[in-house]
Design a protein around this ligand. Sequence first.
Ligand code: GLN
Length: 453
Amino acid sequence: ADAFIAAVAAGRDLNAFITETPDHAIAAADEADRARSAGELRPLSGVPLGIKDLFCTAGVQTTAASHMLEGFVPPYESTVTSKLFGAGAGMLGKLNLDQFAMGSSNETSAFGNVISPWRRGGDTVALAPGGSSGGSSAAIAARMVPGATGTDTGGSIRQPAAFTGTSGIKPTYGRCSRFGIVAFASSLDQAGSMARDVRDCAILLEQMAGFDPKDATSLDVPVPRWEDNLSGDLKGKRVGIPREYRVEGMPAEIEALWQRGIDFARDAGAEIVEVSLPHTRQALPTYYIIAPAEASSNLARYDGVRYGLRDLPDGAGLQDMYAATRAAGFGAEVKRRILIGTYVLSAGYYDAYYTKAQKVRALIARDFERAFETCDLLLTPTAPSAAFALGEKNADPLSMYLNDVFTVPASLAGLPAMSVPGGLSAEGLPLGLQIIGRPLDEQGVLDAGLAIE
Ligand code: GLN
C-alpha cells in the first residue's frame, strides 16, 4: 500500500483523484498482515483499489464529480464497494469522473479534468483519458492503482480503457448491484472492473458481482469462477465481425487495429465469421434519447432538500430554492441532458421520441440475438479514434457523442463487453479492441480478451 500511496501523491498533476483515503488502504494492508499470519487471507486481502466517485462509500465524501454533491458523506456503502472491502481490498481514494458519469473525456467534472499520462510521440499536448471513468483509467495507466471500479452506461468503462492502454469489462446488465451507485440511466448503468490486464479484471469482477435483493434488476444467478477458468484458447469459438461497424470515414489505423484483432483471434483458434447488426446506425440516437430521459428523472431528486447542495436565496420560496440549487449545482452537460430528457418525456413528444426509442432499442437487442445464432462473440474496435486532446471536442457535444458509436449498442442490449489493448496508433497512442458476448457469457468475453491482449 505504501508504494501506491506514494504513487498517488506523485501523480497529483493528473487530477485523477477527488478524495485520497490513504488510511483506508493502510488499514486493509495491516489487516492483510494479520490475516496472513492467522491463515485467514481473503481473495483481495490488502489490495489497494481506486473507487470511482460514483460509488457511495460510508463516511467518505461521494461527489459524482458535481458541486451538487460536494461535501455529501453517505451514511451507507454501495453493495459493490462493500463486497470488495469484504474481500479484503482497501481504498486509495475516490476517482475523478465526468459529472454524474455524463461524458466521454472527463471534462465535465466539476473538479477539473483528468489528464491522461499518455502523450503523442514528440509532443506535449494534454490528452483526454476517456470518460466517464477517466480517473480510473488514468490512475491505472499511471500505475497509481493496480485496479479500480468503473461504471458503464454507454461505454464509460470501455472507452477510457481503450484511450489509456488498460483493460475494462462491463458485465451483463444486472450482474453487479446498482445499490449505492449514484444513478445516471438506471436501465443502462452497470458497474465493472478496470485493471492493467484481463486476469486482474476477472479477479476484481468476481468479487464485485452477485445477487443483491436491494437492487430490483439484480440477477439472481451464481457468479462463476472466471479467473480459475480463464483460457486464451478460442478453439471451437466463432468470432463475429459485424459489417455495420465499418462506418464511413473510419481511420485507416482503426481498420488496421481491427484486422490485427481478427488475426489474433484466428491465431488463438477462433473461426471468423461475418455477421450483420442492421440497426447499428440507430444506436447512438436511441441512446441519446433513453439515457437523458432516465437521467432527467433520476436527477429530479437533487432539489436542495434531500441531498448535498442547498441554495436558499434570502426570502426565497420553495420553487426559488429548487431553481437556485439546480442552477448552481449542475454543470452544463448535466443541464443539457436534463433538458433533452424532460423534452423527450413531455406529453406532446413522448410517443415521437421516447416510445420510438424504446422500440428501436428492442430491435437493436434482437439484432444481437440473431447475430449470436451464427457466432459466439463479436469483435469490434472500442472507439473510432485514439485519445483526443483535451478541449478538442468540448465545444461540439455531437462530435463528443459520436465517440460512443461502438460502445452504446451493447449497453442498449445489456450485453457483457470488454475493451483490451490492441496496439498503438501512428502517433504512438493506445487503441482498444472490444469483445461483446451473449448475456452472462463474461467467461467467453474474458477468454477472448486474454487471447487478444
Ligand atoms: N459517453 C457516454 C455518455 O456521455 C457514456 C457515459 C457512461 O457510460 N457513463 O453518456
